[in-house]
Design a protein around this ligand. Structure first.
Ligand code: AHM
Ligand code: MG
Length: 336
């Protein structure tokens, strides 16, 4: 029976990606190897996050990261694990991590064709109270065999080959797109394997939830303020939207992807470029949204068209259900 087949025919993330890659005759299995190393990093962080309270891993490491924020031990640890796993994969040449001011250029002896941009542990303000946090990553491919330079990672998001995130929540969920749709995998702790649990995720065309830090409202620009007002007091006879905001991008985006709606981190007078980082927060999440049938907009343009000029650049972002993002686009267009 089909039901039995599901229980015994386990679709692991490795098997799934191998199947996908075998469609390309030139595929040499390099991407699968790279992904396996990312998955290893996610499993490590998942186990470290689960043990954090017990192992007293929580606490200040006495270092500050690029943005001058206090860094928790788990961030440091997660970053080290990811960097080492990615370098040892032998498939990467440039790494950009939120935790490292400079990009890492992989030694020629260990070099491969992929560039990986990542935030090893996003949402760190949520660690101490046990709220979901996550890892976000995006993958570019070097165009040819030239010496790697920063330009190889300063490419628009639409050039990404793959993007994903792993959420460390009540379960550990990895959501991935290699450009042919979006699929979700859940870690089976007893097997130590991510199994396909959310095949071909499509975001609802319109949602009932908006997600934003409303504490910043006094500094918002006109279109953002009008949009949120419209969510609360719709004039077209529809019901007001519900507000959900966790303050952990992976968790807020994951809910948006599954339930529909919109996630906003707009510009404001204090942060004219918003807060979220283009390369390893805005791009991967925008890539996933588009692949799931949604949209991602910066307030000026399609997010994936943005060409970053610095590795830690920030951008405002509005992403989610197609129709909801259309509404905010119209408000910015009206502004001129
Ligand atoms: P972090 O990289 O320092 O953890 O900050 C990123 C996080 C995102 O996960 C989240 O969407 C956002 O910051 C929340 O910011 P705020 O507290 O300003 O609402
Ligand atoms: Mg972050």
């Amino acid at each position: 029976h089909a039901a039995d087949a599901h229980r015994t025919d386990l679709m692991t993330i490795t098997r799934f990606v191998l199947n996908e890659q075998s469609k390309y005759p030139e595929s040499r299995g390099d991407f699968t190897i790279l992904l396996n190393h990312i998955v290893l990093g996610c499993k490590f962080v998942c186990s470290a996050v689960n043990k954090a309270g017990l192992a007293k891993l929580i606490g200040l490491a006495g270092e500050t990261n690029v943005q001058g924020e206090e860094q928790k031990k788990l961030d440091v640890l997660s970053n080290e694990v990811f960097v080492k796993a990615l370098v040892s994969s032998g498939r990467t040449c440039i790494l950009v991590s939120e935790e490292d001011e400079e990009a890492t250029f992989v030694d020629p002896s260990k070099r491969g064709r992929y560039c990986v941009v990542f935030d090893p542990l996003d949402g760190s303000s949520n660690i101490d109270c046990g709220v979901s946090i996550g890892t976000i990553f995006g993958i570019y491919m070097m165009k040819d065999n030239h010496e790697p330079t920063l330009d190889d990672v300063l490419q628009p998001g639409k050039q990404m080959l793959a993007a994903g995130y792993c959420m460390y929540g009540s379960s550990c969920t990895l959501v991935l797109s290699t450009g042919g749709g979006v699929n979700g995998f859940t870690l089976d702790p007893s097997l130590g394997e991510f199994l396909l649990t959310h095949p071909d995720i499509k975001i609802p065309k319109k949602g009932k939830i908006y997600s934003v830090n409303e504490g910043n409202a006094k500094n918002w620009d006109g279109p953002t303020a009008k949009y949120v007002e419209k969510c609360k007091f719709p004039k077209d006879g529809s019901s007001p939207k519900s507000l959900r905001y966790i303050g952990s991008m992976v968790a807020d985006v994951h809910r948006t992807l599954l339930y529909g709606g919109i996630f906003l981190y707009p510009a404001d007078k204090k942060s004219p470029s918003g807060k979220l980082r283009v390369l390893y927060e805005v791009f991967p999440m925008s890539f996933l949204m588009e692949q799931a049938g949604g949209q991602a907009f910066t307030g000026k343009q399609r997010a994936l068209d943005l060409v970053p000029t610095k590795i830690h650049e920030r951008s405002p972002i509005f992403l989610g259900s197609f129709d909801d993002v259309e509404d905010i686009k119209a408000l910015y267009a009206a502004e001129g």
